[in-house]
Design a protein around this ligand. Structure first.
Ligand code: CP
Length: 318
């Protein structure tokens, strides 16, 4: 079987294939009857070792809309609290014969470790500072839909410039998006305070900025990220007020970008810190709720494609 652990492991044509597959589910989800029996009889386990609203609920909804039996394991209520190791937890879940396991974990590489121990596809729902591949895919789908709604061709993002601003150092969303957006032809800038800029980001091909105003000049898309206070380990963190002054997306700042530049945020947002409410809620410019909508469709596509081989359908093809 094949896992979905990282955008870094996907070819451009595979990313486009998953986006195209998701389109049918966008249509289904917008209709009155949202059910498909495609995964009837299959069991999906969502094992979340870190908090989540969007990812957990959208994976649960995605599995249920496809007709699978979906069960959620919340680490806080599990035997992890009694000292069970990650590997023993994985072996335990595997013994229940799931057909897919979705994992969120605070440690980079934890999902790959579990994937090595189980017999079914594993989907990474965010592992530490490493990757959040379904987030980058849903962001790409949301961007594609927003551009198409404006009459722009958006099969890929050639010619587009995207600025990702925030706590890039700790952000799996930034990492997955840099790789995904570039694979689809976009030019990507990353902007962060010097203490929250990873040194290797240049190697991923993104252009680093520490001055937000310069990073915004003439861009088509601005993706804002929150400060991940739970992952700070001694870095200098500006106060919320100072951070907002230097890196907060305000209406005035957004004017530096192209006239109709789109605004994105993976959530959860800290309004008034990295983004002002009047920007987050800007009609026709902010696609934050569209991102959430696309999350369900992308996760339906990923669950479908990754379980095809088990269902006797031709596997991952493009
Ligand atoms: N964007 C995202 O991963 O949100 P949650 O942490 O709520 O799942």
């Amino acid at each position: 079987h094949r896992d979905l652990l990282a955008i870094a492991q996907l070819e451009r044509h595979e990313i486009l294939f998953l986006l195209d597959e998701a389109e049918q589910w966008v249509e289904l989800n917008r209709g009155a009857a949202k059910h498909s029996g495609l995964l009837a009889g299959l069991t999906v386990i969502n094992a979340f070792f870190e908090n989540s609203t969007r990812t957990l609920l959208s994976f649960e909804i995605a599995g249920k809309r496809l007709g699978a039996d979906v069960v959620n394991m919340h680490a806080a209520q599990s035997s992890v609290k009694k000292g069970e190791t990650l590997i023993d937890t994985a072996i335990t879940l595997n013994a229940m014969q799931p057909d897919a396991i979705v994992i969120r974990h605070g440690s980079s590489g934890a999902t790959a470790l579990i994937a090595d121990k189980v017999d079914c596809p594993v989907l990474n729902a965010g592992d530490g500072q490493h990757e959040h591949p379904t987030q980058a895919l849903l962001d790409a789908l949301a961007l594609r839909h927003a551009l198409r709604a404006r009459g722009q061709a958006a099969d890929d993002f050639t010619g587009l410039t995207v600025t990702i601003c925030g706590d890039v150092l700790h952000s799996r969303v930034a990492r997955s998006n840099v790789l995904c957006l570039q694979a689809l032809g976009a030019s990507v800038r990353v902007c962060a305070p010097p203490s929250l800029m990873p040194s290797h980001i240049e190697m991923m091909g993104a252009i680093p900025f520490t001055d937000f105003d310069s990073a915004l000049d003439g861009v088509d898309v601005v993706m804002m990220l929150r400060l991940q206070n739970e992952r700070m380990s001694g870095q200098f963190i500006p106060s919320a007020r100072e951070y907002h002054h230097l890196y907060g997306l305000t209406r005035k700042r957004l004017a530096r970008a192209r006239p109709h530049a789109l605004v994105m945020h993976p959530g959860p947002m800290n309004r008034g810190v990295e983004i002002d409410s009047e920007v987050a809620d800007l009609l026709d410019r902010s696609i934050i709720t569209r991102q959430v909508e696309m999350g369900v469709a992308i996760r339906m596509a990923c669950l479908d494609v990754l379980t095809r081989r088990r269902r006797g359908v031709e596997g991952w093809t493009a």
